[in-house]
Structures are given as structure tokens and as C-alpha cells.
Write a protein that binds this ligand. Structure first.
Ligand SMILES: [Zn+2]
Length: 504
């Protein structure tokens, strides 16, 4: 029997005006009808109803790029810094059971209305990546969050993007051992990586119900050979799945492309045949303006990570340009929200605020534009165009969020701003009451229904309290000792003449 979910106000998608007294009928895992509540109540008179006149009903959000770290990196001892200096610090993070991290991550995502997340795996051990993947996927499944899962591979340029000999020559002899810790080649071969992706794909990929998507991920342009990137593109095309890569996150990644090929990263990817509608690029801050039409023509999607881009001192992505060129845009938290709490509504707020630039010449980016990147736009960026998510419409998968809108507006809110404006300016995870994923309530009264939040938190703390680091202190000391040399090394890149000025 269908089940009606209703609210005093609803946003069926980002661009439709808010609808009063709106309902959806859910049968199994799908929405079978959507419209005025009285019409659906008449059509399904015996259907049980869930809702309130105080609530705003909207589709589930998509977190388009993340690492599912659960705890974030700061609580595990990696303070924010420039990306290139922060990354070596990750090698000294204590390893926590992947299952616990994914389940805890899911709880935080559900609390802010996220029902689909893109998980770029950070393997604790390259050679055990498959075992970790099974545990991570079990964590998402048990808590009830959809996941687009990206096992990564890195096959070049550890520690510095280019000029390794020059960097090592600038180190005192006492630090060569510290640097050597970060320079070991990846023990996972291309062939074994592709076999692992294929095994995960066969075991989990679900193109009908979209509970799990297995995608492929050369981790980032400067860390991956052309051969690896092209093998990933072949894999994605032959398996009808997607590629997700980090790209142009920092100005030094942009400089790497000009140094290496004498052209932009995007022009190089185009030349080797990597660009296409199968590709999602995360971060994308340091793009050349002249490459925007190429991205648009190729159908490449962008996952924007505003909080992470600020915390890791990377910059501000040209979101107005992506919107102007109709480049598919999603928003992801990258495990680095400003409050370190994975609150997706606050991340949307940051995206909206940063997208509206100083100056009378700057275009206005609307709340609806950003909300779309969190709803249907984000689902398309994450699962591909046509993914049945991000809208309240017949045929869509039943991912629903009920927000206490009366509380959002308390004590008073002018009727002039749009509902999307009010949501993005004032709402946060504390207003999210109930979340349905795939037809079931996975968050009820702000609490996860399928996993025990308190038990998960206690188990994580227990693991960390009992953690007996073998080599982590020495690894952390090595990262700290190298930090000033990395800073000086990259600072010298800035003085090199750039062929193209950034356009923002
Ligand atoms: Zn990332």
C-alpha cells in the first residue's frame, strides 16, 4: 500500500516555486504520485500519512565529492594548511575500522538530509583496499545512505608534483630519511587496480535502484600518468559507469600542467581523449577561462567543494562561470566543512555566499542555482544525467527530507524571500527532522534509525583510545619537519612567469 508524506510547504525541485500543502505517495522504493495533498489523500484514501503543516518537504541532497572520513582529519591530528603541506600529515592519521567510519559518516550525512554521497576512498593500505572497500560499503548500507564509491589510484609524483631532485637537493641531509617515507612507489599495479574495480563493480554496482555505484578514480591529474587516466576512461565507458578525479585544486597543480606540457590541464586531458560526459572533476578552482567552452562541449561535470577549498587554502572556484556555461555542477563537502560537522545545509550556504562576488560587474548566482547543485544537478554529476533522484516526481526514487520550517523561520520571517533563499540562508542540520532513503525512514526525529549512534561513537572512541601506533609519531614528525621546505619549494613556483592569468 502507498504511504503519503506531506508538508505545509514543499520544493519539488530546485527551480519550481515552493508548493503549499504538498504530498508525495511512496510505494516501495519509488514516488508514484506527487501533488496537492487533498488530491493525493482522495486518490489514496487508506494510505497512512506522515507530515506536518510546520514542515518543508524536499528531495534528498547529494554530497558530490567526499572521502567518508567520518571523523574528519582535524580531530585525528592533521591541522588545516596548504593542501601540499597538509597531505603528508594524513599518513600519520590513526587507522579506524572502515566500517565504523562509514557508518558514522552516514549518520552525519543523514542528519543534514544527504541521501547520496560520493566516497573517494583514502586507503589505509593500498594492498588491502578491497577489504577496506567491503567494510566501507557495509557501513553505508547498514546506515542506509546511497554511495557512489571511488577506489583511487596514484602512480606518480609523490610528495611534490615536479622537480623532485631539486626539492631533495634543498633538504638538509638529516631530512632525506623523512622525505624517503613519502617517496615509495605505489605497490598496487594498474592491472591489479583494474581487477579490483571490476570485482567491486560486479559485486555491488546497482544501476537500477542506485543504492551503490562503483566508479573509478585516478586520484588527481598530477598524481596519475596518462596511461592510468586513459585506462580509467576505458573502464568507465566499457562498464557504463563514471570517472571521478581531483583536478586543479591548487595553483601549483595548474602550474604543474604548464610546466609539463606547456598547456593547461584541461587542454592536455582533451588532447589525450579523457574528456567526456563520463567524467566528474572535483575542486576545479584554477581553470583557465578559455577552457570553459571545452568543458561544456565535452559534457564534463564539476564537483565544487567550497569549505575544503577555504580550509586547505586552495582558493574559490569560479562557480558563476560554470553556471553561465551550463556545466553540470554538484556540491560536495570533501570531509572539510567549516564547522567540521558535515552539515550539508551550511555547505550550501557557503557555496551561495562565495558564488556572489564583489563588484557591480559580477553576476548574481541565485539560491535556486545552488540548491539545484545540491539536488537534481548534484545527482546527475554523481550518477550521470537521468539519475532518478533530486526531485519529488512520479518515478523518482523515494529520498525525502522533512525540515522544521517553522523553526527555521522562528520567530518571524518576511514572506518576500523565496523558500530556497530562506533554506540556504537560515537552515542547518538542527532543523532536519526526518529523512527517507529508498522508501524507508533512515532518520527519525533527528536520530539514525538503522544504527545506534551512541554505540558507534563509543566504538570509535574506544578504538582510538586503544590505538597503539607503531610508526605514526615518527611519520607525523617527518611531515612536520618537511613542511617548511615544502612551503619554500612551492613559494618559488609563484615567481615563475605564468602563461595565463587566472580570470578571477
Ligand atoms: Zn577530495
Amino acid at each position: 500500500m502507498p504511504h503519503l508524506v506531506w508538508a505545509g510547504l514543499a520544493l519539488p525541485d530546485a527551480h519550481t516555486p515552493a508548493q503549499p500543502d504538498f504530498a508525495v505517495a511512496v510505494e516501495g522504493t519509488r514516488i508514484i504520485a506527487a501533488g496537492p495533498r487533498h488530491q493525493l489523500a482522495a486518490a489514496y484514501p487508506d494510505a497512512p500519512q506522515t507530515g506536518s503543516a510546520d514542515y518543508l518537504l524536499l528531495p534528498g541532497f547529494t554530497n558530490s565529492h567526499d572521502h567518508g572520513r567520518g571523523l574528519g582529519t582535524f580531530p585525528l591530528g592533521a591541522p588545516d594548511d596548504l593542501l601540499e603541506i597538509w597531505l603528508p600529515g594524513l599518513f600519520s592519521q590513526p587507522a579506524v575500522s572502515p566500517y565504523l567510519l562509514a557508518a558514522w559518516e552516514s549518520v552525519m550525512l543523514l542528519r543534514s538530509g544527504v541521501t547520496l554521497t560520493a566516497h573517494s576512498q583514502n586507503p589505509q593500505n593500498w594492498l588491502h583496499m578491497g577489504d577496506e572497500a567491503h567494510e566501507l560499503l557495509r557501513g553505508y548500507r547498514d546506515a542506509g545512505v546511497r554511495v557512489a564509491f571511488h577506489p583511487p589510484l596514484v602512480d606518480q609524483n609523490p610528495l611534490v608534483y615536479a622537480g623532485r631532485a631539486e626539492f631533495l637537493a634543498g633538504l638538509p641531509a638529516t631530512l632525506h630519511e623523512a622525505a624517503a617515507r613519502f617517496l615509495a612507489p605505489n605497490p598496487l599495479s594498474h592491472a591489479d587496480y583494474l581487477t579490483l574495480c571490476d570485482e567491486l563493480y560486479r559485486a555491488y554496482h546497482d544501476p537500477v535502484d542506485h543504492t551503490v555505484a562503483i566508479q573509478i578514480s585516478p586520484a588527481g591529474g598530477q598524481w596519475c600518468s596518462d596511461a592510468l587516466i586513459l585506462a580509467a576512461v576505458d573502464f568507465a565507458r566499457s562498464h557504463a559507469t563514471r570517472v571521478q578525479m581531483h583536478m586543479l585544486e591548487t595553483r601549483y597543480q595548474r602550474a604543474y600542467a604548464w610546466r609539463t606540457w606547456g598547456k593547461s590541464f584541461i587542454a592536455h586531458l582533451h588532447e589525450i581523449g579523457a574528456l567526456g560526459p563520463w567524467l566528474t572533476l572535483a575542486h576545479m578552482i584554477w581553470i583557465e577561462e578559455s577552457d570553459l567552452p571545452l568543458l561544456a562541449e565535452s559534457g564534463v561535470a564539476v564537483a565544487h567543494n567550497p569549505g575544503s577549498n577555504l580550509r586547505l587554502r586552495s582558493g574559490v572556484a569560479p562557480v558563476p562561470a560554470y553556471i553561465r556555461h551550463d556545466i553540470p555542477l554538484g556540491i560536495g563537502m570533501d570531509g572539510q566543512t567549516l564547522d567540521d560537522d558535515q552539515d550539508y545545509l551550511r555547505e550550501l550556504r557557503l557555496a551561495l555566499t562565495l558564488a556572489n562576488r564583489p563588484g557591480a560587474h559580477s553576476p548574481t548566482v541565485t539560491a535556486a542555482d545552488i540548491l539545484h547543485a545540491g539536488l537534481g544537478g548534484g545527482a546527475a554529476v554523481t550518477l550521470g544525467a537521468g539519475a532518478p533522484l533530486g526531485k519529488l516526481a512520479p518515478g523518482a526514487l523515494a529520498d525525502l527530507v522533512l525540515i522544521d520550517y517553522t523553526e527555521v523561520c522562528r520567530p518571524w520571517m518576511s514572506p518576500l524571500p523565496s523558500t530556497a533563499d530562506v533554506l540556504l540562508r537560515k537552515a542547518s542540520s538542527r532543523h532536519v527532522r526526518h529523512v527517507m532513503v529508498h522508501g524507508d525512514w533512515k532518520l527519525w526525529e533527528g536520530r539514525a534509525t538503522c544504527v545506534d549512534e551512541d554505540a558507534l561513537a563509543a566504538a570509535i572512541a574506544d578504538e582510538l583510545n586503544r590505538y597503539a601506533p607503531t610508526d605514526l609519531a615518527a611519520q607525523a614528525a617527518a611531515a612536520q619537519a618537511l613542511a617548511p621546505y615544502l612551503r619554500r619549494f612551492y613559494a618559488a613556483w609563484e615567481s615563475a612567469p605564468s602563461k595565463v592569468q587566472p580570470f578571477f
